[in-house]
Design a protein around this ligand. Sequence first.
Ligand SMILES: Nc1ncnc2c1ncn2[C@@H]1O[C@H](COP(=O)(O)OP(=O)(O)O)[C@@H](O)[C@H]1O
Ligand SMILES: O=C(CO)[C@@H](O)[C@H](O)COP(=O)(O)O
Length: 506
Amino acid sequence: MSLLMGIDIGTSSVKSMVMDTSGKVLGFAQLEYDIDIPVSGYAEQNPEQWWDLAKRTSAQAIINAGIDGGSLAGIGFSGQMHGLVALDKEGQVLRPSIIWCDQRSIPQKAVLESAFSTEELGNMVQNSVSTGFLILSLMWMKENEPDLYSLIDRVMLPKDYVRYRLTGELGTDMTDASGTSAYATASLGWSEELIQSVGIDSKLLPLVGKPWEIAGYVTGQAESESCFLAGTPVVYGGADQAMQAVGNGIIEPGDLSVTIGTGGQLFTTIDQPVYDKKLRTHTYVHAVPSRWYLLGATMSAGLSLKWLASQILKSDDYKSLDLKAKEVPAGSEGLLFLPYLTGDRTPHMDPHASGMFIGLKLDHNDAHLIRAVLEGVCYSLRDGVEIIRSLGVDPGRIIISGGGAKSLLWSQILADILNRDVYVSTTEEQACVGAAIMAGVGVKLYETVEQACQTIVKLNENPVRPNADNRAVYDRQYAVYSKLYECNRELFPMLNTNTNEIGALK
Ligand SMILES: Nc1ncnc2c1ncn2[C@@H]1O[C@H](COP(=O)(O)OP(=O)(O)O)[C@@H](O)[C@H]1O
Ligand SMILES: O=C(CO)[C@@H](O)[C@H](O)COP(=O)(O)O
C-alpha cells in the first residue's frame, strides 16, 4: 500500500499520523510533554524523549490504522523551529536541547547586535537574531560550557535529531536552517560572514537538504527499536510553520495562516525574499521551490492559556475554560493581557518583555482572566498582521490551525479582532499532513507539493465571521494594548530576576 507517515515534533507533544495519498487519515497518535525550566528564563527538552515519543506515537498510529510498518512508502518530519541539538562525534547528545523559547542568550544577542546593525543583519540573513535561536544558543554554549562545546561535532534542529536516530544520517533542511539566524535566507546558504564573526566553526553546522528530498532510509538498528521497516525512505521534512502551511495548502502568495499552537504564528507565502527592514517579522524559506514566507511570531499563544490553566486555575480542561470565557463580554470588561510570558518576538523582538494583566478590578474573576488571555494573544497576532500589511502584502483568506483552533470561541475572537473571516481546514493536524506530503513528494507518489495540496487540502467554506457588535470594543482595547509595551519597556528588564543576572543589565 502507498501510505505515508508524518511525524510532528512539537513543543507540547509529539504527533504521528498515517495518511493515504488522498489525504485520508488512517491513524493518529499524540503524546504530550513539558518544557523543562532548570533556571528561570531557560527552556530545554530532552532529544531522547522526542525519539522515544516518536517511536511510541508512530507505533500507536500504525496500530490505529490497522496496518504494519511495511505499508509505509515514506516518512516525513515537521518540527518546532530554532532550537539547538548538539552531538559529539559518536552521535551522542551532549546536553538537553536549548529550545526556541529559551532566553538565556540575551548577552550573546547583544554581542551580535553590537557587531552588526539592523541593516547589516538584514543584508546577511534577512532576519533579526533572537534568543533561543540555534546560533545564539551555540554562542552561549561556547562561552558558558566550553568543555562541552569543544566536544561538539555537529549541531542540528529538533526534528533532525529524530530523523538521525531513524536513518543514521546527519543534516537539516533549508526551512529549518533559515530559522537559525545563521542562514542567508535569500541566497540559500549558511552565512559564513555571520558565523565566523562570532567565532563559531562553520564545520559544526550540518548539510542542508530540501524538505522533500530523501535524507536516508530506516536503519536495521532503528527497525529493531521501532515499528518501522529497515529500508523505508525518510525525507528531510521541514520547520513546523512551513509544514503547517503546506498542510493548509498555503504554498502560493495570498492566504494567511494563523497558528495558535504553543507559540502563535502568522504565515504568508511570498515569491521574493522581501523582509521588514526593522526586522520585526521573519523571512524564511518555504517548503516549495522559489518560495519564502513572512512569519510573525507570538512567543506564548497556547502557552499563555496553558500557563493560566495549569499554574493558576489548576485545570487542564480547555472546554470548560472556554465555557467560562463565554460568560464575559468581548473586551473582558476592561481587563487586558500582554502575552509576553517568554519575552516577545513580533513586533518588539525583546526577550526582556514579560506578561501582564492590566485593568484588574474587584468584580473580575477567573472567567475574565481566561477571556483576557484569549484576547491578548489575538491582539499580539493583530500586531503581526499590521506589519505584514505595511510590507505591501495584503492577506487573502485567513486560515486558523493549531491546538487553539479547537476552540470556536478563540477563532471567533480572532475574527473579531482582525475584523476578517476566519477559515478552518477540514483536515486537522496540518503539520503532520505537511510532513506526510513531503514524504509523498520524495517517494514520487505526488509529482509536486502543489499537486499534493490540490488533492488533499479542503477548507470549510463556512468561515467564522466577525461580529460587528464587538468591533468598537476590540478596536478600543487594541489601542490601549498597543501602548502597553512602550509604556513598560524600561521596566521589564528590572523585573526579570534571572535574565537580569545574565542579561543586559549585568
Ligand atoms: N480545546 C482547546 N481549546 C483551546 N485551546 C486549546 C485546546 N486544545 C489545545 N489548546 C491549546 O493548544 C496548545 C497546543 O497546541 P498544539 O498546536 O497542539 O501544540 P504544539 O505547539 O505542540 O504544536 C495548548 O497549549 C493549548 O493552549
Ligand atoms: O518559534 C516558532 C516559529 O518561529 C514556532 O513555530 C516553534 O517552532 C514552535 O512551534 P509550536 O510548537 O508552537 O507549533
